[in-house]
Design a protein around this ligand. Structure first.
Ligand code: AMP
Length: 125
C-alpha cells in the first residue's frame, strides 16, 4: 500500500524543500540529495504510484505522457544527450540496489562517480 508520508510525497505537497530541475502538471524532477554521480537527478510522477510497475499499469495516459515529457525536458536541461544511465529500483529486496523511497522514481545519472557510489559498490565486494 502507498505510504502518503514518504519523502517524495512530502516534496510534491511542498512540505519539504526540493531542488527542482523541471516540473509539469503530473511530474517533476529534482537533484538527488546523495548523488552517486556528478549528475544525479530523480524523475517522479506526482500521482501516488509505489514503483515502476504500479505506474505503468495504473497511471492515466496523461500522467504517462507527462512523465516522459518531464524526463525529456530534464535530460535536455542537464545537457545529457548520450552516455547516461536510467535506473528504477523496485522493492526493499531488489537484487541490485534496493528501493528505499516507495514512490516511483527514475534515477537519471551521468558524469563521474562520487564517493557515495564507491561506498555503494564496496558493499558488493
Ligand atoms: P531508491 O533507493 O531507488 O529508492 O532511491 C531513493 C533516492 O532518493 C536515493 O538516491 C536518495 O538519496 C534520494 N533521496 C532521499 N531523500 C531525498 C530528498 N529529500 N531529496 C532528494 N533526494 C532524496
Amino acid at each position: 500500500m502507498y505510504d502518503k508520508n514518504n519523502v517524495f510525497a512530502k516534496m510534491i505537497r511542498g512540505e519539504i524543500p526540493t531542488n527542482k530541475v523541471y516540473e509539469n502538471e503530473y511530474a517533476m524532477s529534482f537533484y538527488d540529495i546523495n548523488p552517486m554521480f556528478q549528475t544525479h537527478v530523480l524523475v517522479i510522477p506526482k500521482g501516488e504510484y509505489q514503483n515502476i510497475l504500479d505506474f505503468s499499469q495504473n497511471a492515466t495516459p496523461a500522467e504517462q505522457l507527462a512523465f516522459w515529457e518531464c524526463f525529456n525536458k530534464t535530460a535536455d536541461i542537464l545537457g545529457i544527450e548520450c552516455n547516461f544511465n536510467c535506473l528504477a529500483n523496485a522493492g526493499a529486496a531488489a537484487p541490485f540496489v534496493k528501493q528505499s523511497v516507495f514512490h516511483f522514481h527514475l534515477h537519471l545519472v551521468a558524469g563521474n562517480r562520487t564517493d557515495a557510489f564507491e561506498e555503494l559498490v564496496s558493499e558488493f565486494r
